[in-house]
Design a protein around this ligand. Structure first.
Ligand code: NCD
Length: 329
């Protein structure tokens, strides 16, 4: 039972909330945008993830017989392997396409037709695609759940679940923290989803980027009525203030004009010297891959959590899959 239940047990609102929670089931649910999940649902996934951590060592058969199709139409290392590892550790299995050129898409097959075929082979689909629109369309025509594994420069909801889970496990809480998102906030899909999810929490959110890579205005508009948002280009100023520094790479592949990329390339780089004034327990996260924005000398510092984040990601995805398959309520 989480804190939410204990605090709100005796008034009318809580009855409504408790009813909502009783009906809260992720079974069969599509996860296209992080906006598809309430704070309660995110919290619930994180509670289940804690119970998945021991299973990462022992293994389990709770998803025995279940098949996940991983359809990746953009490059991936972590997201695809992490979903595969999560299925494998729970006794399920994966099929997939990671190289569209070897699939019938290359012959001109539509995404809808591909989905109508694949739904016969699997019980859920993780789809990475350049457009969120396409992922929504896939979800509409699929009779099985579709999970967004990253949609172009738009969203990456399952990365957000593991980012929040890392925050919660490492800091013990998310409410009350000062969190900075540093880097390419314009094209980075992980920071778009993360900013929206953090609006469910009581946080101060620092958005730190070179000016041309600022967070899209519609996201700022969406979240700023709910949390305190501070935009800045000054990394040095925010370093001593934050509990969590979430760094991202510049998304070179999203630039339509390479000259624009050259202008911002290397605009920020964390070194041990740059974080000398950080709080002792400040943690640095990164969805990876890292290019040059975090110097490798930080890897062994007590602040680095980006590789631990990969580990938490498997537990978080084990939880999400168990809930979507309905093996856990
Ligand atoms: C991110 C992605 O694909 O959006 N990586 C990931 O899924 N862990 C981040 C990135 O590519 O920069």
């Amino acid at each position: 039972m989480n804190e939410f239940w204990r605090v709100k047990s005796f008034n009318y609102d809580s009855i409504v909330v408790m009813e909502e929670m009783c009906h809260m089931s992720l079974k069969g649910k599509d996860i296209i945008s992080i906006r598809d999940l309430t704070r309660n649902e995110i919290e619930h996934i994180m509670e289940v993830a804690v119970t998945m951590e021991p299973l990462m060592k022992t293994g389990s058969k709770i998803l025995g017989g279940k098949i996940l199709a991983c359809l990746f139409f953009e490059p991936s290392t972590r997201t695809r392997l992490s979903f595969e590892s999560a299925m494998d550790r729970l006794g399920g299995s994966c099929i997939g396409i990671s190289e569209p050129r070897t699939s019938s898409i290359e012959k001109g097959e539509s995404l809808e037709d591909t989905i109508r075929v694949v739904e016969n082979y699997a019980d859920a689909i993780v789809l990475r695609h350049p457009s969120e629109e396409a992922i929504r369309l896939a979800a509409e025509c699929a009779s099985i759940p579709v999970i967004n594994g990253g949609s172009g420069a738009e969203e990456h909801p399952t990365q957000t679940i593991l980012d929040l889970y890392t925050m919660k496990r490492e800091m013990g809480k998310i409410d009350g923290l000062n969190i900075a998102l540093l880097g390419d906030l314009k094209y980075g899909r992980t920071v778009h989803s993360l900013a929206c999810a953090l609006a469910h929490y009581y946080v101060n959110l620092y958005l730190v980027s070179p000016e041309p890579l600022a967070m899209p205005r519609q996201i700022i508009k969406e979240i700023s009525g709910r949390i305190h948002v501070i935009e800045t280009c000054d990394i040095e100023e925010i370093i001593p203030k934050v509990n969590i520094l979430y760094v991202t790479r510049i998304q070179k592949e999203r630039f339509t004009n390479l000259n624009d990329y050259e202008r911002v390339k290397g605009a920020y780089r964390l070194t041990l010297q740059a974080i000398i004034n950080a709080k002792k327990d400040m943690i640095i996260m990164h969805p990876l891959p890292r290019i040059d924005e975090i110097s490798p000398e930080i890897d062994d510092s007590p602040h680095a959590r980006y590789f631990k984040e990969v580990w938490y990601g498997v537990a978080a995805r084990m939880a999400l899959l168990s809930l979507i398959f309905g093996t856990i309520e």
